[in-house]
Ligand binder design. Structure first.
Ligand code: ADP
Length: 162
């Protein structure tokens, strides 16, 4: 059996926390598709293309990881591709309520779907893309928390917007 999973998110931008989840999932699944939500103009720092490029330069280098863009309902995307498992990361109790709601809604929309939650290494449990953006915007260093290409892209983005 080929075990495939979709890891959906905005990845604005990808952090070492996301990569940690992907690496853990590779021990359990044969193929991971990172599905990047295409939300043009929705308060995101990076364009869909930039978010995908950063993922390709990092997660995309791992074997059995594919990066794709998607829009619309996640369950429709899964159904089209004949995949039944959604991967999400759980950092703290605060993630739980939201994730629980989404998982049950997805199951209601498509009863075959299962959601799988993985916890990152402890050092990434406080890490979020929004916190990273805030720290870089204010001039802080995020070395070790995001891949080098992401750090560069963030510095460039904020230098341009200053
Ligand atoms: P979304 O906008 O869908 O929440 P994100 O890109 O912020 O997308 O996150 C995608 C998934 O990765 C979510 O399940 C989120 O909880 C998880 N995630 C984000 N940051 C981390 C982290 N530091 N450690 C583990 N999981 C994380």
């Amino acid at each position: 059996m080929n075990r495939e999973v979709v890891y959906p998110g905005t990845f604005d931008p990808v952090t070492n926390g996301h990569l940690d989840i992907i690496k853990r999932a590779l021990q359990m699944f044969d193929q991971i598709t990172v599905a990047v939500v295409d939300k043009p103009g929705k308060n995101l720092l990076f364009t869909t293309r930039e978010r995908i490029e950063m993922l390709q330069a990092t997660a995309g280098k791992l074997s059995n990881v594919k990066i794709e863009r998607f829009e619309g309902l996640l369950v429709d995307y899964l159904q089209k591709r004949n995949i039944f498992v959604i991967l999400r990361g759980l950092r703290a109790v605060s993630d739980f309520e939201y994730e629980f709601q989404i998982a049950l809604m997805n199951r209601k929309l498509y009863s075959n779907i299962e959601s799988v939650f993985l916890m990152p290494s402890q050092e990434y449990t406080y890490l979020s893309s929004s916190l990273i953006k805030e720290v870089v915007r204010l001039g802080g260093k995020v070395e070790g928390l995001v891949p080098g290409v992401v750090e560069e892209a963030l510095n460039k983005k904020f230098a341009l917007t200053k």
